[in-house]
Design a protein. Sequence first.
Length: 286
Amino acid sequence: MTTRDDYRFFERLRVRWAEVDLQKIVFNGHYLMYFDTAVCGWWRALALPYHDTMAALDGDLFVRKSTVEYLASARYDEQIDVGVKTARIGNSSLVLACAVFRGDELLVTGELVYVFANPATQTSQPVPAALREVLQAFDAGEPMVHVRQGGWNALGADAGALRKQVFVDEQKIPAEMEWDAADPVCLHAVAYNRLGVPLATGRLVEYAPGVSKIGRMAVAATMRGSRIGRAVLDNLVQAARERGDTQVLLHAQCSAAPFYLRAGFRQQGERFDEAGIAHVAMVLDL
């Protein structure tokens, strides 16, 4: 019998009005949409941006077969958890098992069969060893990212690319404001996935005796909400603690303030404008 303990990953969803049929239960076809939505979250949990990963692996995954078994029904506005796990990895196929739970109650199970193939010809090819290893590591409970610390010479290319993507391209901050004299002398941290792709970055600057400042926190758009940014933040906080600092401060974009509050920071002072974006100062006592 399938139980929640069979799954490491869950995507939490809430049943929407448009998903309920005339029987006042979720229309059967929507469970496949729930599976696909959860699979997207599962790729984030693997720290693998889907499209970039497939391009790097010179292939793509095509659905070959989908099966669904209905045991009980979800209803409007109920909260459900959709589990996803690797069931089997064949030579060119990948089978995912999915399950929908309401609390501990199993509602629906499903199986998605994918074929790894050439995207141009859609002819099958072997599942890459690198992808196979990531899936097996995730199922074994291993971490999907590792954070490297270092100077600008070692990490500047990766950190700089992420910061350009997030701050210059996405948030439209002028490029000349992004780079400063602190970059060559401060400590940088970059989070990489198991394929060696940089996904998040931040830096630690000596601000005053016993006080460090964290800044330039940037996470690739597709990876936000997956705790990769938290891994970088915790790494920098620990670096400050190890060098004897008693406090860490930062200037948080107001939209990101809840992220820092969850990490133990507290707000200090009123909002202010920085680079045309509303910010608030936040501090953490070590």
